[in-house]
Design a protein around this ligand. Structure first.
Ligand code: CMX
Length: 136
């Protein structure tokens, strides 16, 4: 099952500009940054408050053909995904498949900080791109 909200992902055109905006206006600071070549994203995780709760993930396109680039082209910057922490991403994906939901990947891919991830198609989840995250 789902253990907690892991992060909320926000598509941004420019990661450095977004990091400055979040720091200056909301006082939120980056606790992790990386480029995920497979996903075609430059991403940053921001802690809120004491950092014990869900993170805010800023996602900027690293390539024009990436999922984030396509999202921004179609919908503009904004909320792109809601991610839940799971203990076992394969088991969580199997349980949702058994209920008839489409998972984007047959086998998990690599997410932030060595996590293993999969997604429920937004058309099968009420218009929300749902990510399942098994932390490293
Ligand atoms: N949230 C809600 N709806 C979305 C969406 C999103 N993030 N992305 C696409 N959609 C909607 C579109 O608006 C479109 O709706 P309409 O048909 O009503 O216009 C529909 O889904 C399109 O679906 P599609 O043609 O099957 O797929 P797309 O080519 O638009 O790609 C998706 C959508 C979810 C399959 C693609 O973005 C994807 O593979 N996402 C997973 C990977 C990802 O998001 N990586 C970046 C983050 C990496 C990380 O978290 O580590």
């Amino acid at each position: 099952g789902l253990l907690r909200v892991d992060h909320v992902g926000i598509a941004v055109p420019d990661l450095d500009a977004a990091l400055k905006f979040y720091a200056d206006n909301f006082g939120l600071h980056c606790v992790h940054q990386e480029t995920n070549e497979e996903q075609g994203v430059r991403e940053a995780m921001l802690a809120v408050g004491d950092g014990s709760g869900p993170r805010i993930q800023l996602l900027a396109p690293a390539r024009p053909d990436s999922a984030i680039a396509k999202f921004i082209d179609r919908s503009g910057p904004g909320l792109q995904q809601l991610a839940y922490t799971v203990a076992d991403v394969e088991a969580a994906a199997d349980a949702l498949r058994a209920r008839g939901l489409r998972l984007l990947y047959d086998t998990p891919k690599r997410g932030t900080a060595g996590s293993r991830i999969n997604f429920v198609h937004p058309k099968d989840a009420g218009g929300v791109l749902v990510e399942l995250v098994e932390p490293a």
